[in-house]
Structures are given as C-alpha cells and as structure tokens.
Write a protein that binds this ligand. Structure first.
Ligand code: MG
Length: 505
C-alpha cells in the first residue's frame, strides 16, 4: 500500500542492544498470541458446535503460557528501564512491555481464571435471559461480574475511580475525566443537531429498501467487490461469515474480516463490511519495521474504531462514495434499478432514534454508548444497584432519544459485552467516532475528499492515514498520538463540526 521506497527510507528504528534483545525475546509471546487469535477466529467461523468447552480449555491453557512467556522478559525490561537515551520507538517498546507486565503480574491467575469461568456461564445465562426478556434471571450473574471487576480494579490500582483501572485496559492512560469531558460536549450538541435534522426532514427515518429481500449470493458479490474498490489486497486478506461481524489479524499479511447476511436491508451487511474493512486497512498498513515487536500493534481500541468509523461513515456514507459504488450495486442487485444516487444516499443515511446500538446512525450512536458508560461508572462506584438497571436504562433512553424500550430484550439485555466481562469498553466506541471526526477535520485541508472518493482513488487517503497513524503502531500513547498527528488532544468538537457540516449546513 505504501510505496516500497518510502518504506525502506524509514530503516530499522531499533538500535539499542537491550531493546533489540527485548524485541527478540518478545517473539514467542507474539507468535502464541496470534495463534490464539487464529483459534478464536476459527471458533466464530468454523468450529463444530460441540467443541466450545474443549476450545475454552485450550485457550485457557495458552493464556497461562502467555504469562510464562512475558515473564521471561522482566529481567531485561528492568535493565531497559534504566537506559536514558532511547528513541521514541524504543521508549514505546519499554512502555508497552511495562503495561503488559502490570496486567500479568498484578492480577493473580486465579482471578483471571475465575473471571473466564464466570463469563462463560454468564454468557449462556445472558442468551437465555435475552430470549425470555427477563433481566432478573441475568442479574445475579451481572452482580458476580461486577464484583470480580472491582477486585480486578483493586489489584491493578487506580486513582479516583475504579473505572479508570478497567478503561486503561482498552485505552491506555485515558480516564473517566477524559470521557466525562467528551460526553458532556457531545450529548447536548448531538441533541441540538438531531432536533434540527428531524424538523428539516432532509434525512428520512425509514426507507422502503429496508424491507427489500436480497439473494445472499448477490450480496456476497457486492461485499467482495467493495473490498476490491477499497483496494484491499486479495492475497493478504479474507472474508467469511459469522454471527457477530469482527476483524482479526493473524499477522500483517493475514487480515480477516467477517460479515453477516440477514436477507433484507442490505445496507446492514454492506456497511458492516466497510466498517470491518476499515479495521483491516489499519492492520494491513501497520509499519513493517515494527512487525513482531511490542509496538507492532494498533495504538488503542479507540484508534482502531476511528479507522472503521472513518471508512464506514465519513467515506462510505458520503455522496461521493454512493455515486462511486452505485453502478456496481445496480449490477448485482436488480431491485435497485429504479433508485437514483440521491435515493440510495437517503437509504444509507437514515436518521432515527432506535433502541438498538448496533443499528444506530451517526447522529444517535453516541447516546447509546453514553448510556452504558454512565451505568457502568455508577455500578462500579456503588451508586446504583444491578436491580435498578432496567428502569435506569429505560429512563435514560427516554431522556436522550425520547423512546422507551418495551422490554429488557430491546433494552438492557441487548449487548453481549457485560456478560463476557467487558466493562470499560463502551466509551471507546465514542472515542473512535471522535477521533474519526478529528481525522476528517485534518485530512480535508490536504486532500480533496469528495474528488478522491468519487474517483475511487483511495491511495492518498491511505497514505495520509499511514503517515499520521498507522506508521507509528503503538509507539505513542493514544493521547500523545492524537496531539502529535491530529494537532490536539481528543476533541469532540471536530466530530460535531463534521456532523453539522454533513447534516445541517
Ligand atoms: Mg468496530
């Protein structure tokens, strides 16, 4: 994706012998981690149904080996910490290894093991409760998970709020203060824009294409052609089907996404594919020189999500992109013959408050994660009890979006995250949107986005993302990278500016 020349110019960033030794000793940890990723991909895509408990056993045993592998680095890491004249990449290696060390040494294996065990049972219970729309049957499992997460936060240590310890696992050095500031800017601004959009009626809430059935073979071709349009190299990438779409990378040259086909409302599958492709482009474009090292990874969960959101929404849902792909869409989906580009644009950009986060549009999405963030924070601080969740959930939805879930299934039971023990994850989705807004704000000064997208020439966009973000891997903390490459610390106003530009100007 980058020209061979500019890659070579960068050279090997590691010259310090102690850091080189660390990078060398890190390789078995890296290789085992990526093998686990392959087993996890297989679990979602290929695994026979009955194999789930044996697969759980295998993954559990490998996780113990991770701990052994990383522990062999600690003596050299101690030495590396004392070195004063390291370059940015070398300092990044030390920082990431310290971060891993903290996790693996502060949390006892028995706690990790219990968390895994409880999460497996809770996920089964969640599926049942969700089917029956009965939060009460899930509540004791959630209470147990909260208790374990609080123990984990205590072990890891934190300042001010236990949430900080958990958030740090997804977004290094980002705190409750940062996320409070982000949402306090976003929520009122989004309410204002949403109000305006709904009164102006330029964007519709529903569209007849939602109920149009499609043939799966046809949409498979659409999704495949989309990845070609985005310039994703076929020989380093694959796409499969799974219940919950995701992206995973086995290596820089082996990036995999999944998608799903529900039979109607084809945009769900198509934009899911663009979203996961956005994650994929980040991994495909990581700096070769950092591969197999501790910083040869994405900067953070939020930065990763910024890439998927940028491609899905800012590129994918633009007028220019719709005009680029509409001939291809009409080629594969006969029922689109009577719709012009403007109609397709309206279908892809419906705006309506909805109950379900994963189906939310650009304007309402962040309300969904704000709600979850507030609940998680209060649960961990002991300000609310798990039994109060359904009523708090429904009241907040009413306050944010003016709608009330009819039952727990479309309300508090909709996400898998809590049952799996992921607390502290939700705000990183919004941070991803915020960073995507910052990327738009900066990129448009240098690239004529409309023209570039309309021509389907994505090389300048990819080169920009490489230079500003992908090239660095995890050399810097997410906040440092933001300041360095996007000119300022996380600034939600850029997302608001983008949304105003698109929806109300
Ligand atoms: Mg994503």
């Amino acid at each position: 994706m980058m020209s061979q020349e500019s890659m070579q110019k960068e050279g090997d960033p590691f010259s310090n012998p102690t850091i080189r030794e660390l990078n060398d000793k890190f390789k078995p940890f890296w290789a085992l981690k990526r093998s686990e990723a392959l087993l996890e991909w297989d679990l979602e895509v290929n695994m026979p149904e009955k194999a789930s408990s044996s697969r759980g056993f295998i993954l559990g045993q490998l996780a113990l080996l991770d701990q052994v592998n990383i522990a062999s680095l600690y003596p050299i890491l101690e030495k590396a910490r004392q070195i004063k004249d390291l370059n940015d990449q070398e300092r990044g290696v030390v920082r990431i290894l310290e971060y891993l060390k903290k996790f693996y040494t502060k949390i006892p294996p028995s706690l990790l093991e219990e968390e895994k065990r409880v999460a497996v049972r809770a996920t089964v219970a969640w599926r049942e409760s969700r089917k029956k729309s009965d939060f009460k049957s899930f509540q004791p499992h959630l209470e147990k998970i909260i208790d374990l997460k609080l123990q984990e936060a205590e072990k890891l240590g934190y300042e001010k709020h236990p949430y900080n310890a958990l958030l740090d696992l997804y977004e290094e050095q980002v705190t409750v203060e940062d996320m409070d500031r982000m949402y306090s800017r976003l929520i009122p601004a989004l309410k204002r824009i949403l109000e305006k959009v709904r009164s102006e009626k330029r964007y519709v809430g529903t569209h007849v294409l939602e109920s149009e059935p499609y043939q799966i073979e046809n949409l498979e071709k659409v999704n495949r052609r989309l990845t070609e349009i985005l310039g994703i190299p076929k020989d380093r990438f694959r796409m499969d089907v799974s219940t919950h779409p995701f992206m995973t990378n086995i290596s820089r040259d082996d990036v995999r996404i999944t998608t799903r086909y529900e039979g109607t409302d084809f945009a769900k599958s198509t934009y899911g594919t663009i979203h996961e492709s956005g994650h994929g482009i980040y991994e495909l474009q990581l700096n070769e020189k950092l591969e197999y090292t501790p910083i040869g990874i994405a900067a953070s969960t939020g930065f990763h999500e910024s890439q998927s959101r940028f491609w899905e929404n800012i590129v994918g849902r633009s007028k220019a992109f719709v005009s680029l792909i509409s001939p291809m869409l009409k080629d594969e989906l006969n029922f689109l013959a009577k719709y012009n580009d403007e109609e397709l644009y309206r279908y892809f950009n419906r705006v309506r408050p909805s109950m379900v986060r994963v189906e939310a549009d650009e304007l309402t999405y962040n309300f969904h994660t704000a709600l979850r963030y507030e609940i998680e924070k209060k649960l961990l601080a002991g300000n609310i009890r798990a039994s109060e969740l359904p009523s708090i959930w429904n009241d907040t939805m009413d306050d944010y979006l003016g709608i009330r879930p009819k039952n727990d299934t479309e309300g508090v039971l909709q996400d898998i995250h809590w049952s799996g023990g992921s607390l502290g994850y939700f705000p990183t989705y919004s941070l991803g949107n915020v960073i995507a807004g910052m990327i738009w704000y900066n990129m448009r000064n240098e690239i004529d986005l409309d023209k570039t997208i309309r021509n389907g020439d994505f090389a300048p966009i990819k080169a920009w993302l490489y230079e500003k973000i992908h090239k660095y891997g995890a050399t810097y903390t997410p906040k440092e990278l933001s300041k360095r490459s996007l000119g300022e610390s996380f600034n939600p106003d850029r997302l608001v500016q983008y949304l105003e530009w698109k929806y109300v100007s």
